[in-house]
Design a protein around this ligand. Structure first.
Ligand SMILES: Nc1ncnc2c1ncn2[C@@H]1O[C@H](COP(=O)(O)OP(=O)(O)OP(=O)(O)O)[C@@H](O)[C@H]1O
Length: 458
């Protein structure tokens, strides 16, 4: 006979009943706590978790209405909405049972009970609640991954040597459970790489749980990652599993890891090292089995030097490190990506697929792409929708960053030429507003007029 390690709480004003239930349940459950006074319920529940609570319906001798049982049932549910409660009474009838179940009781046992019947009810209720918790967790995972599914495209398009290296590292690292740190500017595809690692891993059939630490208020970091118990803070209306728990057996992707405050970095390190988490307001440790991938566009090594990121945490998360090159550093990939997204958005919006002129493509390849692939994707989407002709027209978001238009990239050292080019650019960028252009150039309006005349700028 195996003894379950679960704890059961029995609340009844009759000490004989407490002794009898305790003797019976002790044979099957490791811990059986009995209470004669229902006023001790809150204190007892806050001290430990119970898999099930057996609750009497009438505590005062003359009472037969069950009102006390209903009252204490409500109190228990207010303390923990997931508590499993079985009510028992000597005067029970069907109406009372139905009312109790409407109020959240899981089942009803009539006194005097048959041992087999009581044991079966207790075991069934615990099992059912386990299933319910599991499906609640699955719903939470599904809701989170539905939000993630809205990230529409997950393709890794690249042919540059730099990305070829990245592909090789993904392939080697994916099958291991090694922690992976992905570095790279914003929009270079860190999340796409994290998903690819998961897809190629042995955990591919389980959850990929992505958490953007940049969008979570720092006061909620701990509860978001490790979960919380009901009542742990004002808004904690129910127990909530954290992302570590929700990622069980799968991959946990912590994006913007540099945003984790120092105070929490120690807790994160312990969780990663020992593979256990403790929910906020709880005392029980929960074991977790997952693969950790982290990413950031910050320089974590500089942060370690400055003292804002723990070195031991960095060495724990960077077993394998993948650095994604900026798009401007892999110009070979730009035409490929433009064609890929042009085709994709034309299909999405049911529009004729337009082409890109050679001149335009050359400009796009020279462009600096400060927002990397995310910027490229948005520009192509906009061009597909807005271009009137059969050719795609692009409005580069930051003209100053375009290499062709940037004075620093002019293929000349001639100061007059650079001055003329800069003046033309300022007048164009400020749409002919001379005051604004002069201010940006750091000269007076009169001086700008003189130079415009000199270089024949309209
Ligand atoms: N190699 C690629 N091929 C095609 N699309 C890509 C590629 N890499 C990234 N993308 C697309 O570019 C966008 C940005 O990618 P992603 O969100 O992975 O970047 P990130 O580096 O995680 O950005 P951030 O640092 O801002 O979180 C996404 O829409 C993604 O689908």
């Amino acid at each position: 006979m195996t003894i379950s390690d679960k704890a059961i709480l029995v609340v009844d004003d009759n000490s004989e009943i407490l002794v009898a239930t305790r003797m019976l349940l002790k044979q099957y459950y490791k811990k059986v706590v009995t209470l004669e006074n229902p006023h001790d319920i809150a204190k007892t529940m806050s001290a430990q978790d119970f898999a099930l609570i057996l609750l009497d319906m009438n505590f005062t001798r003359e009472s037969t209405s069950g009102a006390e049982g209903f009252y204490w049932l409500k109190q228990i549910k207010a303390l923990d909405e997931d508590a499993v409660v079985v009510l028992f009474t000597a005067y029970g009838d069907l109406t009372m049972a139905v009312d109790a179940i409407k109020l959240g009781a899981n089942d009803f046992v009539l006194k005097p009970w048959q041992n087999e019947k009581l044991l079966a009810t207790v075991a069934n209720c615990i099992e059912l609640s386990k299933q319910r918790q599991k499906s609640k967790k699955l719903t939470q995972i599904a809701q989170i991954s539905m939000a993630a599914q809205n990230k529409p495209f997950e393709h890794l398009i690249a042919s540059s040597p730099a990305m070829e290296q990245v592909f090789q590292t993904i392939e080697k690292a994916a099958k291991t459970d090694a922690n992976v740190l992905i570095l790279g500017e914003s929009g270079t595809g860190k999340e796409v790489v994290a998903r690819e690692l998961h897809k190629q891993s042995l955990r591919k059939d389980n959850t990929f749980m992505s958490v953007d630490m940049g969008t979570i208020a720092s006061s909620l970091f701990e509860s978001e990652l490790f979960g919380h118990m009901k009542g742990a803070f004002t808004d904690a209306k129910a127990n909530k599993p954290g992302r570590f728990e929700l990622a069980e057996s799968g991959t946990l992707f912590l994006d913007e890891i540099a945003n984790i405050p120092l105070e929490l970095q120690g807790k994160l390190l312990t969780a990663i090292q020992n593979r256990v988490v403790t929910p906020v307001g709880g005392s029980k440790q929960i074991e977790v089995d997952l693969r950790l991938i982290t990413a950031t566009n910050m320089n974590l090594y500089d942060m370690v030097r400055e003292g804002s990121f723990r070195q031991d945490l960095l060495y724990r998360i960077n077993t394998v490190e993948i650095t994604l090159p900026a798009l401007r550093d892999r110009p070979q990939d730009i035409p490929l990506l433009i064609e890929f997204y042009a085709d994709l958005y034309s299909k999405k919006y049911k529009l004729q697929c337009k082409t890109v002129t050679n001149k335009m493509m050359a400009d796009l390849v020279k462009y600096q792409w400060p927002g990397n692939i995310r910027e490229l994707q948005h520009l192509v989407e906009r061009a597909v929708i807005l271009s009137d002709s059969t050719q795609l027209q692009f409005q580069l978001t930051s003209p100053a960053a375009s290499s062709e238009e940037n004075a620093g990239f002019l293929d000349t050292y001639n100061l007059a030429e650079i001055e003329q080019h800069t003046i033309e650019r300022a007048v164009r960028d400020f749409k002919g507003n001379i005051s604004h252009a002069a201010k940006a150039l750091g000269i007076t309006r009169a001086s700008l007029y003189r130079k415009m005349e000199k270089y024949d700028v309209e």
